[in-house]
Ligand binder design. Structure first.
Ligand SMILES: Cc1cc2nc3c(=O)[nH]c(=O)nc-3n(C[C@H](O)[C@H](O)[C@H](O)COP(=O)(O)OP(=O)(O)OC[C@H]3O[C@@H](n4cnc5c(N)ncnc54)[C@H](O)[C@@H]3O)c2cc1C
Length: 460
């Protein structure tokens, strides 16, 4: 997939000198490093090299870089770890790349208030590990947690494995420090549990994909680690629709899992080939779940019984985390197979069986194998289409994904559950947002970034 071409006038050499004078050696011009900072983990390719990379080390660096870009009308791509799957952090040819990766300090762990204040470049798993030393944890759990940054998680409103129990990243954000497109620094939100003062700009910046401002720091909510040992369970099904019905029944029941994921048979085969975990091969699909708390073992038995009622042919429970580790390997395993033409859609959880059935029909119609990995408890699916490594093959695979996206919408769903719109899904935005809604969203963008320098042409 190619970037849309955007005419960028390279600023005069004098302007680049000015940037170096402002930010010093944190400005990188080396083409090898520029190329490295130009991509994310999506299939979206940069059209050419950016002009410069700023490796910000402070909020002031970010502010100076944006003031400079604003003054010279240079487009800016913002990046954390570049694990994004929507092309949002991909560099603009002749643009500025603003990296937050070096802003990786945990500023404060406020244990009594279950809060942490962090710089945007802190790696998600590092915050979680630091919180766990105090009996707390950071609830958002994207499968990329070992590398993704908190700033990236907030900018994409990342989901993950534990959302069914704890919500998405938005639910964990109390306050933000944001640098606006012209370099102004603002602070939103509060450290209190309740706060109804002014418009909720914290929520506005969460999920804004680098289009409204650059998040430089955040105060996030932590939770106490549940007591006892977690319990994992699995349930294999001969029909993926039956697995969908089991998830719907679980979501409406009283015993709740902390995690409820689905892997179809093809995904299990690919993961087992990549890194064997001993996960039994299902005929159609396997559900993998986790329960926590004092009654974790009892709750797991209840959930396994629900699965049996809905057609599970083989079930098991254990104390280890290997099953979830196998699930976390899904993305790298599919990527290692060259299967990168995947998408992210969501449906109301009661429509899961219909969604799986419809994907089966799309697969037959296009004669393409589609593998499915899903944060099933949230109704959030990541179907991947098999495609050869040619532009024509990718174009055909994109057509299959478009059909899947339309199917999700026809079932009352969404074109993106957690990865965001970025560049990859920008052409599909109008399918979900009507002209009136798009106009309001773009008015907000215009108010905060009148020169359209921040992540232009993506997200909204
Ligand atoms: C193996 C793998 C597993 C994944 N699993 C999940 C998952 O379970 N759930 C999920 O939701 N996602 C998942 N993702 C996608 C990705 O990890 C998330 O979108 C993550 O939040 C991106 O974080 P990042 O630091 O890498 O951001 P980047 O990729 O660098 O950027 C992502 C977007 O956020 C913007 N951005 C980044 N930092 C800032 C900032 N400080 N201020 C403003 N804008 C910013 C960028 O401009 C871009 O639009 C996965 C990706 C991979 C490769």
């Amino acid at each position: 997939m190619e970037t849309t071409t955007r005419t960028v006038r390279p600023p005069a050499i004098a302007a680049l000198d000015e940037l170096q004078q402002l930010i010093g050696e944190r400005v990188v011009l080396d083409p090898v490093q520029l190329a490295r900072a130009s991509r994310d983990s999506s299939r979206f390719q940069p059209a050419g090299l950016p002009l410069a990379l700023v490796r910000a080390e402070s909020t002031e660096d970010v502010s100076l870089a944006l003031s400079w870009a604003h003054a010279h009308s240079v487009p800016v791509s913002v990046r954390g770890a570049g694990t994004g799957l929507a092309g949002g952090a991909v560099a603009y040819q002749g643009g500025l790349v603003l990296s937050l990766e070096r802003m990786d300090r945990i500023v404060e762990l406020d244990v009594p208030n279950c809060l942490a204040t962090v710089q945007a470049g802190v790696v998600t798993a590092d915050l979680d590990a630091a919180a766990r030393e105090h009996g707390l944890f950071f609830p958002p759990d994207p499968a990329s947690a070992q590398t993704s940054t908190i700033g990236g998680n907030i900018a994409t409103n990342a989901g993950g494995l534990r959302c069914i129990a704890h919500g998405v990243t938005r639910d964990a954000v109390a306050a933000l420090e944001v640098v606006l497109a012209d370099g102004r620094i603002i602070r939103t939100g509060a450290r209190t549990r309740k706060n109804v003062v002014g418009l909720d700009l914290t929520s506005l910046f969460v999920g804004s994909e680098g289009t409204l401002g650059v998040i430089t720091a955040a105060t996030v909510r932590l939770k106490p680690v549940p007591p006892g040992r977690p319990r994992t369970f699995r349930a294999s099904f001969d029909s993926i629709e039956a697995a969908g019905r089991a998830v719907t029944a679980i979501a409406a029941g009283t015993a709740q899992p902390e995690v409820l994921e689905l892997l179809d048979a093809q995904s299990v085969a690919i993961i087992e080939q990549y890194s064997p975990s001993g996960l039994p091969m299902p005929k159609a699909a396997v559900l993998i779940g986790q329960t926590v708390g004092h009654d974790a073992a009892e709750a797991a038995e209840v959930l396994v019984a629900v699965c049996r009622t809905h057609g599970a042919v083989e079930v098991g429970t254990s104390e280890g985390d290997e099953l979830l580790e196998a699930r976390r390997l899904a993305n790298p395993a599919l990527t290692a197979q060259g299967l990168r033409v995947s998408c992210d859609v969501g449906v109301p959880v009661a429509q899961l069986a219909a969604m799986f059935h419809g994907i089966g029909e799309i697969s037959e119609r296009h004669r393409r194998r589609i593998s499915i990995v899903a944060h099933a408890g949230d109704g959030n699916l990541h179907p991947t289409v098999e495609a050869g490594d040619t532009p024509e093959e990718h174009r055909l695979a994109e057509g299959v994904l478009d059909d899947i996206t339309r199917l999700a919408l026809s079932l009352g769903g969404t074109i993106s559950g957690e990865h965001g719109i970025g560049a990859v899904k920008h052409h599909e935005l109008h399918l979900q947002l009507d002209a009136g809604l798009l106009e309001v969203q773009r008015a907000v963008k215009h108010a905060l970034d009148p020169k359209q320098i921040l992540t232009p042409g993506r997200g909204i």
